[in-house]
Design a protein around this ligand. Sequence first.
Ligand code: DGY
Length: 322
Amino acid sequence: MTFKNKKLLVTRRLPAAVLARAARDYDAMLNADDTLYSAEMLLTKAQDADAALICLSEKFTGEVIAALPERLRIVSTVSVGTDHIDLDAARRRGVRVGNAPHGVTIATAEIAMLLILACARRAPEGQQLIVQHQWEGWSPTFMLGQRLDGKALGILGLGKIGQALARRARAFDMEIHYHNRQRLPEAEEAGAVYHASTESLFRAADILSLNAPATPATKYILRAETIAWLKPGAIVINTARGDLVQDADLIAALKTGRAGYAGLDVFEGEPNIHKDYIGLPNVMLLPHMGSATIEARNQMGFEALDNIDAFFAGRALPFAVV
Ligand code: DGY
């Protein structure tokens, strides 16, 4: 089904296959040079649009949503996260919101596994030695890390990504522990040990992976008070959202060795990251690359487009948020 009479605002340069589908089925307004739209530019572009296909880089605040034109009644985001959209404002304004919940799963679980391995085996320090011409040769006690088998991986948020990470970690013979607000059915737990509280999970984990969405309840869930629950030298992984971590507290813990290593793909206020992460030896820092595979980004784009197609076809949104 095509909707050539509908103007679709596409806010970022998406993979070619996604743009081709958008241009085939809609009167698509593309962003060929991938300019990052300010709120003002976003609203100017949106004035002619019936729908918006957006990314997490576009902040749909209450003010932006209130200023959208009457004709724009659906916003679909090429992301699983929706923390860049004021969902209450969308509800009040009668704007439907959809997301892309599945495409990110495997790619993000893979990047979490990459960070776990890199931190456990001290890969960032190894690379630094080489690029700084400081490697003096092999020695039996040089650059000792730790094996993953038998280690407790604590997953905060055993949703789709958390479960995909757990499957991968089981292949490394890790023990899986998790905390969710609600205990999962046995089939989804797949043998993972449930912890009824965050504290209990943090105390059990050799490696803690944050996989929960950014909500008021998870804001700064890792902070001095909760870092104190971790085992001394525990590894912390964050592929979810930067808002879950109080950066200054984690940096202080990394400096004293209270936290052994941190593997971080997301940061509060990104792309501006806390300056004190830079130069720490015991961190692996990535620029929000969790879902950066062509397979993931194509699927994410298609899922987000499926929402808009369904909206104009008068069907239920397959991935409805609002
Ligand atoms: C998401 O989908 O929310 C991811 O953070 C994008 O990489």
